[in-house]
Design a protein around this ligand. Structure first.
Ligand SMILES: *Cc1c(COP(=O)(O)O)cnc(C)c1O
Length: 354
């Protein structure tokens, strides 16, 4: 039980005492000179978990996705990706602005491109058309409520992309959640793709950092791009030390977060004025809608009132749209906190009347 139940994001997780100790003790050097032993250890561990030759510690998931796109495209080329993807929506158009690439967003059912959609989107050789250089996939899918795709689904998309001469990047910010949810190894998801990024700073609870993994050659290009973007950090072993603890200690417990997310969704199912589908909750994200018989404007005002009403009871939730709310479970939220959140939301909804 915590004083504040903060369900806005798993990025709010605080480092564990073990992480802080490891950070204090970390052996460090200048990582731009490639002389930080703790960074090297984290990168090797990450590469091993992803089944890739090499890894690169980056400042954030956004930077990891950006260096991955820049390393595998040239200006004027095209990137095929899901319309609701993080890369397309929440990364400040960095790939377009810095990489000069054109984004080709495709609407999908649950956030995952189907092989046929990729086949149709890839550009044929024609003097008028841009070259399709890269296909991006996301797992778990943020805007689709933490939905999960299988390694086989990724492989099917990668096969089409590779056959067309395009490369594949996996935005696996929460890839470990997908792996735990399906009981599969992270490297199974990463095997079909050329590059993968995962976050240490979300459910894995490290304070800072993501890792990009791929071939040694890709990671060398990414290292140069990271420097260009201002992400060459010096004694970064202080951060990497927490990342090592994250990989060693924080992965298996993600299943608790998934249980909590399902309990939250179950607790909200059937509440009048809310639209929630517990069966769709696969990992640590619950997205629910707020409805009102009088229409969208009334529903939007209910949504704002719900966020404020929860905050007044020290339950923090995040509106991701005019009438939709996202809750993310993580290690700093326990079963009692979930019960409190359910009760707060139910009480507020009960005041809405018929
Ligand atoms: C959070 C997130 C990112 C970006 O990570 P930051 O560390 O916040 O930059 C990228 N992709 C997805 C799917 C995410 O959820």
């Amino acid at each position: 039980m915590h004083d504040i139940v903060d369900l806005r994001s798993d990025t709010l997780t605080l480092p564990t005492p073990e992480m802080r100790e490891a950070m204090a003790r970390a052996e460090v050097g200048d990582d731009v000179w490639e002389e930080d032993p703790t960074v090297k250890r984290l990168e090797a561990m990450a590469a091993e978990r992803m089944g890739k030759e090499a890894g690169l510690l980056v400042t954030s998931g956004t930077q990891g996705n950006l260096v991955s796109v820049l390393a595998q495209t040239a200006p004027g080329q095209e990137v095929v990706l899901d319309l609701d993807s993080h890369v397309y929506n929440y990364e400040v158009a960095g790939a377009a602005r810095i990489g000069g690439v054109q984004m080709r967003p495709i609407a999908t059912a649950r956030g995952f491109l189907a092989p046929d959609q990729v086949r149709e989107a890839v550009r044929p050789a024609n003097i008028h058309l841009p070259v399709t250089a890269l296909v991006c996939v996301e797992n778990t899918h943020n805007r689709h409520g933490g939905s999960v795709c299988t390694p086989e689904q990724i492989a099917a998309v990668a096969e089409v992309a590779h056959a067309a001469g395009a490369r594949v990047h996996l935005d696996g910010a929460r890839l470990f959640n997908a792996a735990v949810a399906l009981g599969r190894e992270p490297r199974e998801f990463a095997r079909p793709v050329d590059s993968v990024t995962f976050c240490l700073s979300k459910g894995l609870a490290a304070p800072v950092g993501s890792v990009v993994c791929g071939s040694a050659e890709l990671v060398e290009r990414a290292r140069r791009l990271r420097k260009m973007l201002g992400g060459g950090m010096r004694q970064a072993g202080v951060l990497a030390a927490a990342g090592i603890v994250a990989l060693q200690r924080m992965v298996d417990r993600l299943r608790e977060d998934h249980v909590h997310a399902r309990a939250l969704a179950d607790g909200l199912a059937g509440v009048p004025g809310l639209r929630v589908d517990p069966a769709a909750v696969a990992t640590n994200i619950v997205i629910f809608g707020v409805t009102h018989a009088a229409g969208a404007a009334a529903a939007a005002s209910r949504t704002r009132a719900l966020v404020e009403g929860c905050a007044a009871q020290k339950v923090k939730v995040h509106a991701i749209g005019a009438t939709s709310i996202r809750c993310v479970t993580h290690k700093d939220v326990d079963g009692a906190d979930i019960a409190r959140a359910v009760q707060a939301i139910r009480e507020i909804a009960a005041g809405w009347g018929p």
